[in-house]
Design a protein around this ligand. Structure first.
Ligand SMILES: CC(C)(COP(=O)(O)OP(=O)(O)OC[C@H]1O[C@@H](n2cnc3c(N)ncnc32)[C@H](O)[C@@H]1OP(=O)(O)O)[C@@H](O)C(=O)NCCC(=O)NCCS
Length: 198
């Protein structure tokens, strides 16, 4: 029987399974902080999204993966993500993150950040493959024991990212953008006629 995967918001009854998967797959060797009660609070929180991937084939559907994301005003924070060992390397983690990215963009939030255990090479490879960049290290982030790496992804369209913006110069002074280029100037700069892109 073919297996089908459904990605959809989680239900109250998923809290226990998600918490157990977190303990088994994410919090290995650390105190269990993503307890069923904490997951249940995120399931109910208006600014959190708990996403599940359910596999069905022969027998009843099983929870193959999940992700928990919190939406801030400007930044969305990916709190937790895991795919059951039997379902890894089939593109499920990628699909969950892409689903979350689209929902953040729809909500008008164009920055996605997360922390990951510094000693989790698989997760680091995974997030780098998905376009996340390292922005810092947080010493003893996990229960005062283990460092985290902070990663972020700019969800804006590449053309919007290239648009001149106000900011701070390297010497600390305010960078005042000049007048925005006309669309024709901007296109000429980024898409020169000889075909070599800036
Ligand atoms: C990290 C994790 C969520 C990835 O989920 P997944 O469904 O297996 O990932 P995908 O199949 O979508 O992989 C996407 C890409 O990431 C990279 N990747 C994923 N797992 C990898 C591995 N074990 N080794 C090397 N690269 C890997 C690959 O580039 C992969 O693309 P490819 O399969 O076409 O080569 C999963 O391994 C997991 O749940 N790990 C335990 C919990 C965890 O560490 N969570 C993240 C921190 S909260």
């Amino acid at each position: 029987m073919p297996v089908t995967l459904e990605i959809a918001p989680g239900r109250a009854a998923d809290a226990q399974v998600i918490a157990e998967m977190s303990r088994r797959l994410v919090e290995v060797g650390l105190p269990w902080t993503w307890t069923p009660g904490r997951v249940a609070r995120h399931l109910q929180h208006p600014e959190s999204l708990v996403l599940t991937a359910r596999a069905s084939g022969a027998g009843s559907p099983i929870l193959a993966g999940f992700a928990i994301m919190h939406f801030g005003d400007d930044i969305a924070h990916l709190n937790l993500l895991a795919v059951d060992s039997r379902w890894q390397r089939r593109g499920l983690g990628r699909r969950l993150v892409e689903w979350l990215e689209q929902s953040a963009i729809t909500a008008g939030t164009f920055s996605l950040c997360l922390e990951v255990r510094a000693r989790n090479p698989v997760a680091l490879l995974f997030y780098r493959e998905l376009g996340f960049e390292e922005t810092g290290r947080v010493p003893r982030y996990y229960s005062g024991r283990e460092d985290a790496l902070r990663l972020a992804k700019d969800l804006r369209h590449p053309l919007a990212r290239a648009w001149p913006d106000a900011g701070i110069n390297a010497d600390g002074t305010d960078r005042v953008p000049g007048p925005a280029p006309s669309a024709a100037q901007w296109l000429a700069l980024h898409f020169p006629k000889d075909g070599s892109h800036a």
